[in-house]
Design a protein around this ligand. Structure first.
Ligand SMILES: C[S@@+](CC[C@H](N)C(=O)[O-])C[C@H]1O[C@@H](n2cnc3c(N)ncnc32)[C@H](O)[C@@H]1O
Length: 367
């Protein structure tokens, strides 16, 4: 049973919403405490960022999610890290083409609990076709964009050319002269309208607290991803535009972290339920990956939950979170006990490859 959270009453969580993490683990891990032996808390979503947090050598990572389907995404990864080689893992997830995903899925789920095995067996055909990282509602939304609409706007050559390494000045010229055509702008306005996005990608309830137009927001963020950052290194842009990752992998999926993560899987403490329920347990943590959950809350609930998190925070604990369109930063009631790590935020925001978000927040509890 899910407990104690405003969004739980509004949105339905029985399907996989996010089959991979759309938040940049490189900036997340840089923002969290760097000393080993810490207790960290993470919102699960697809589980990749909780796995990325194992590279920080914590004592444990408590992973929570309201959604059983999202928790099942993390269990699948645990099984996959344990039983597959790194190249096989990338095939299963969809970062690489594969004609053996069914067999890889069978091996990854073989030692999982019965319920999780049944959950994945029911999705076997989709995993074979799209990869386990492609079977969420959000990824389906991008797939429709890529396969049904993008071909009317840009040729395959133009799409491939996005990922050719170039200088920043050349990237701006590419965006202005080759990419940002009137057709592209029309597509953005149609596809990223609140109505279409709410129906196909995100639950309508998630827009209750969002300000401004989604399409304008996306246009601004595309400049960040395509010009300010290097698209050839961007896993999120790769997947959206090509349906795979090529050589640009999300941090926890890179070869250099595979063994480290695999060796620390038993430090995960995976719990189905609201973050608010973790807090009620009386545990205290040194770092929180809060995804963008505050955006889904009204300002009043946000303030209440923020206070609850502080009651479960060690002195110097870091609260790390994103905003997509609804601005959320330390509520006035807690201003006095928080230091905002502005310089680090600005440095990491400039590098954030997950370009949907308008803000990345690092706040430190003074205890
Ligand atoms: C906030 S969503 C955002 C996902 C994201 N942007 C991504 O890249 O995957 C991430 C997860 O938070 C979960 N969630 C939202 N509010 C929560 C809460 N109060 N406690 C626990 N999980 C929550 C949802 O079920 C969802 O799986």
């Amino acid at each position: 049973m899910t407990q104690g959270s405003e969004i739980a009453g509004k949105a339905s969580f029985e399907h996989i919403r996010y089959a991979q993490l759309w938040e940049d683990a490189d900036v997340l891990c840089a923002a969290l405490p760097q000393e080993p032996g810490k207790t960290l808390v993470s919102i699960c979503a697809a589980g990749d960022n909780a796995l990325a947090m194992l590279t920080l050598d914590p004592a444990r990572v408590v992973v929570v999610d309201l959604s059983r389907a999202q928790i099942a995404c993390l269990h699948l990864r645990v099984g996959a890290y344990r039983s597959l080689s790194h190249p096989e893992f990338l095939e299963l997830m969809g970062s690489r083409p594969s004609d053996q995903r069914g067999a890889l899925l069978d091996r990854a789920i073989a030692d999982l609990d019965e319920e999780t095995r049944a959950f994945w067996q029911a999705r076997r055909a989709d995993v074979i076709t799209y990869g386990a990282g492609g079977v969420g509602k959000f990824e389906r939304y991008f797939r429709i964009f890529r396969t049904k609409l993008l071909p009317f706007v840009h040729s395959k050559k133009t799409i491939d050319d996005i990922f050719v390494p170039r200088s920043k000045a050349e990237r701006q010229v590419f965006l202005d002269t080759r990419f940002n055509t009137w057709r592209w702008r029309l597509l953005l306005n149609l596809f990223f309208s609140r109505r279409v996005m709410g129906r196909m990608g995100r639950d309508k309830a998630f827009f209750d607290h969002v300000e401004g137009s989604v399409a304008q927001h996306v246009a601004r963020r595309i400049k960040h991803a395509a010009v300010d950052c290097d698209p050839s290194q961007n896993p999120y842009l790769h997947w959206i535009m090509t349906g795979t990752h090529n050589d640009a992998l999300p941090m926890p999926w890179r070869a250099e972290h595979y063994e480290t993560i695999r060796n620390r899987l038993d430090r995960l403490d995976i719990r189905h339920g609201a973050l608010e329920a973790f807090i009620d347990d009386g545990d205290k943590a040194d770092g929180f990956n809060l995804s963008d959950i505050f955006e889904y809350m009204s300002p009043d609930i946000f303030s209440k939950v923020y206070g609850q998190i502080l009651s479960a925070a060690q002195p110097k604990a870091r609260l790390v979170y994103w905003n997509m369109m609804a601005p959320r930063r330390v509520p006035p009631a807690f201003d006095g006990s928080i230091t905002t790590c502005t310089d680090q935020e600005n440095r990491l925001k400039a590098e954030d490859k997950a370009f949907f978000y308008s803000d990345f927040v690092i706040e430190e509890f003074q205890g």
